[in-house]
Design a protein around this ligand. Structure first.
Ligand code: C5P
Length: 201
């Protein structure tokens, strides 16, 4: 069965958590496409050329915990504005989306650019304060000493860059179902996503 669930939204809105949960629920494969940009960003921090790094990206590059730092997130959002970097990552994502057995992809441009024909499109969002607070808790939980004010500033700067870039900006597809997770528990947000998907199966 070919069935694609496209999940987009700003940083720390709950996309990752919801994507993993719905993929597990329906037995679909999951691709966190932010990891592709983070892997390229990490290589650029280590001195690589962004386009060359994107072209040479290997799926094993994605299995690295060091991609989850604010520095790498910032570098990811900087390389993500480069059209040739994005272009180099399209084929891998499209192939993943149409694999047999169903796929969930989460990112910024899945419903608009990568999978405009996805069977289900969700746009997961939350207030900037709420998202920054969650990201702060997550980073602290992983032992990183970061100030809440800095996390708020980082999240806002990244959203601004992601939303205003010329190529594949962060925007809800016209036919996406919006889920605002500001006042939802994880279970409630996942239940809402599962209900929307079940409806289209
Ligand atoms: O989702 P995550 O926070 O890991 O993404 C890191 C960065 O990668 C984002 O801020 C964004 O600039 C970029 N990105 C993108 N398109 C995607 C996924 C991520 O431009 N589909």
């Amino acid at each position: 069965m070919i069935f694609t669930v496209a999940i987009d939204g700003p940083a720390a809105a709950g996309k990752g958590t919801i994507s993993k949960a719905v993929a597990a629920h329906f037995g679909f494969a999951h691709l966190d496409t932010g990891l592709l940009y983070r892997a390229v960003g990490a290589k650029v921090l280590a001195g690589a050329d962004p386009v060359a790094a994107a072209k040479a990206l290997d799926p094993v590059d994605l299995e690295n915990d060091s991609l989850r730092t604010p520095q790498v997130a910032e570098a990811a959002s900087e390389v993500a504005v480069i059209p040739d970097v994005r272009a180099a990552l399209v084929a891998f994502q499209k192939t993943f989306a149409r694999r047999d057995g169903g796929a969930v992809l989460d990112g910024r441009d899945i419903g608009t650019v990568i999978c405009p024909d996805a069977e289900v499109k969700l746009f997961v969002t939350a207030s900037a304060e709420c998202r920054a607070e969650r990201r702060w808790q997550e980073l602290r939980g992983r032992g990183m000493a970061v100030e809440l004010e800095n996390v708020i500033a980082d999240v806002k700067a990244r959203d601004e860059r992601d939303s205003s870039r010329a190529t594949a900006p962060l925007v809800a597809a016209a036919d996406a179902v919006v889920i605002d997770t500001s006042d939802l528990s994880i279970d409630q947000a996942v239940a809402e996503a599962v209900a929307v998907i079940s409806d289209k199966m």
